[in-house]
Design a protein around this ligand. Structure first.
Ligand SMILES: NC(=O)c1ccc[n+]([C@@H]2O[C@H](COP(=O)([O-])OP(=O)(O)OC[C@H]3O[C@@H](n4cnc5c(N)ncnc54)[C@H](O)[C@@H]3O)[C@@H](O)[C@H]2O)c1
Ligand SMILES: [Zn+2]
Length: 392
């Protein structure tokens, strides 16, 4: 018998900064400096094309930044604009990105810098992870959701065959740089989407953070920059802490606490052809699983009400149309999300449910009748026309 036994240590920093491409900002340069390379690192910067509407000089700023650190950075080409948004999470797009990497003659010592929302980070991160069996990536998330959750973790994926994140890899970044300036141009809806993930992680891990969100929801939605940054930072911290300390960063096991509310969210996104954003769908998923926890006797109804009020405070819309979609047997189509989630986890189903604000358990079975009751109750209480539905 030949036994192979080895482990690989990972380390990456999530850096909070402002004006990441200003020449005097050394945060990004320091990431390259930390590699200790005797020669400049070949770098390709991809940025989300849609950002040009808000930052018309972005390409020039990035190019000027690279020129400012010639001993550290060797740009393979001028920064490349690419389309972002959920449509970018597609295998053909990832292949095109790999082609860009090839044309830029990127090698395993090179580094891809990705500037954009969570969708582009997922797709380009995936391309980086498969190109030459994996090249380094630095993420510069530009949405609040990506800074608070998706951009700071280790997962990269594209959607395929009607399934969210079906094709992907675990590939930690070299570093993540969260530039608070990008938050300034986000419309309220995008801030609310980040709040959904912040509420998610607060519900299962941090009662004080939940209280903070209750206190600051109005300020956050009224564009209070300090409150928005505090939300993003604490959410990112809780996500990163979980990944680094849970003992299962690459999700070999079946428990997925950070996917609280996500079995329904992912299915709703797919049922809506991605017209429901991830953040909005997560808000709905949290309500469903929390109501289920109430009906299971795990938590009092007051917790559901607190969650509902908090999500309403963030003006997160509740759209019942896709929850009402039925298959030929009259079953709600969203229910297929449970089976798909089980297949995704492998092994036994694990669904995270709250047992108090800031605490959770994993259950390995979902009672179909009770879940039906939960969904019907959530639609009745939060659906269109209800006082807290806050339709967008
Ligand atoms: N990898 C993970 O661990 C993980 C975790 C959570 C979510 N996700 C994924 O993240 C994706 C959602 O990411 P998202 O919410 O960032 O959405 P997104 O990437 O689709 O971006 C939303 C919109 O914001 C715009 N935008 C980006 N930055 C902007 C800025 N600074 N100012 C103004 N507009 C800006 C984009 O152009 C886009 O139209 C989903 O695909 C979800 O599945 C991944
Ligand atoms: Zn999510």
């Amino acid at each position: 018998m030949l036994s192979s036994d080895f482990s690989i240590a990972y380390h990456y920093d999530t850096i909070f900064t402002e004006g990441v491409f200003e020449a005097g900002n050394i945060a990004l340069a320091d990431v390259f400096r930390s590699l200790g390379s005797p020669s400049p690192i070949r770098v390709l910067v991809l940025f989300e094309r849609q950002l040009l509407a808000f930052y018309p000089n972005l390409a020039e700023d990035i190019a000027a930044y690279c020129e400012h650190y010639p001993d550290l950075l060797l740009p393979a080409s001028p920064p490349v604009p690419v389309d972002g948004g959920e449509a970018a999470k597609d295998m053909d797009v990832a292949m095109n990105l790999c082609h860009l990497l090839l044309q830029a003659r990127m090698c395993r010592q090179s580094c891809l810098v990705i500037v954009g929302g969570g969708a582009l980070l997922d797709a380009a991160g995936f391309a980086a992870a498969i190109f030459h069996r994996g090249i380094r990536q630095i993420r510069i998330p530009t949405t609040a959701l990506a800074q608070a959750d998706s951009g700071v973790g280790v997962k990269n994926a594209v959607n395929a065959f009607g399934k969210k994140n079906l094709l992907g890899v675990f590939a930690p970044p070299l570093a993540v740089l969260n530039d608070s300036r990008f938050l300034r141009t986000l419309p309220p809806q995008r801030i609310a989407e980040a709040a959904a993930e912040a509420v998610k992680v607060a519900m299962i891990k941090d009662v004080d953070f939940f209280a903070f969100l209750q206190e600051k929801a109005t300020a956050i939605m009224a564009d209070d920059a300090a409150a928005q940054q505090a939300m993003v930072k604490r959410s990112a911290e809780l996500h990163v802490q979980h990944i680094a300390t849970s003992g299962d960063p690459f999700e070999w096991g079946s428990a997925r606490p950070l996917d609280f509310g996500h079995w329904a969210a992912h299915k709703l996104e797919m049922l809506s052809d991605s017209r429901l954003s991830h953040g909005v769908a997560v808000g709905m998923g949290l309500l469903i699983d929390t109501k289920y926890a109430v009906l299971s006797g795990l938590i009092p109804e007051t917790v559901f009400q607190a969650l509902k009020d908090l999500l309403a405070g963030f003006q997160l819309p509740f759209c019942s149309a896709h929850l009402e979609q039925r298959d030929s047997q009259g079953r709600r189509e969203v229910f297929a999300g449970i089976e798909e989630f089980r297949e995704h986890l492998g092994g036994r189903l694990h669904i995270t449910l709250p047992t108090a604000i800031g605490r959770k358990i994993e259950v390995t079975e979902i009672n179909g009748d009770r879940m039906e009751q939960a969904i019907a109750a959530v639609i009745a209480e939060c659906g269109e026309g209800q006082p807290n539905s806050n339709q967008a």
